[in-house]
Design a protein around this ligand. Sequence first.
Ligand code: NAP
Length: 285
Amino acid sequence: MSAKIIDGKAIAKKVRAEVREEAEKLKAQGIKPYLAVILVGDDPASQVYVRNKEKAAEKVGILTTTYRLPADVPEGEVRDLIHKLNEDPKVHGILIQLPLPRHLPERELLELVDPRKDADGFHPYNLGRLLMGAPTQLPCTPNGIIRLLDEEGIEIKGKDAVVVGRSVIVGKPVGLLLLSRHATVTTCHTRTRDLAEHTRRADILIVAAGRPRVVGADMVKEGAVVIDVGVNRLEDGSLCGDVDFEAVKEKASYITPVPGGVGPMTVAMLLKNTVEIAKKIGKRS
Ligand code: NAP
């Protein structure tokens, strides 16, 4: 059996169309959805990610300003900027592009963002609400993964879901979302004794390890749904996921490609969070 390849680009396009419609409705009420991005330093990957977010926001009618700060910016200046954006009634979403340079305390700065304006859903207040099953801005990549499953009509309830990776950005929150949808969730990491023993039991396998092709066909159950979150740059410059796509697609029932799977969903869900915030706290201008 060859898996159905989940078209993340097409599903992200659908989400962006929904966001555009919402943004137009808000504008008709005098509310202009607005995302402020803080980018520190000159990490080439971060520059590309931010440019993609700016372009995508512009296309759906979300205003953006990117505050580009030098790599050696004093912590106080970043704090002052966050306070200014928190207070600015025009600004709905605030996003701090990660990773930050080592001298900046990432977690403390994320916590300074007004939780109502937390476009990425990384603030402890919002992560806490996610843990409690309360409505909140959800982290973009995990929320995008759930949307992919829903769009494909893949039932989550009662399934054995295995997540490889336990980061705060992907692994832990996607596990919580799957649990809230009544999957039985196992989370694996580098100290997991026998990774394959767990992954082979998965009806839904989410791989977010950041290790090229760490999951091969022998680690996947026949007919499993495989979501590959990993983005790895190989020595020849090409991109590959955490899953051996060519081999696993012959065994899985659904699989996401890299690129073109989870990646486009992350940006689409960021835009969705921004209009949702504008709906909640938007001020007429
Ligand atoms: P991360 O913070 O480095 O976390 C990786 C996790 O995977 C850790 O929990 C680690 O375990 C676990 N892990 C690593 N190697 C493993 C192995 N061989 N076996 C089992 N577990 C292993 O990474 P992240 O931020 O979650 O991102 C993961 C990947 O997704 C990266 O490739 C990243 O670029 C990609 N990503 C993509 C998107 C997108 O939009 N497509 C968004 C976010 C991230 P320990 O905790 O024990 O170290």
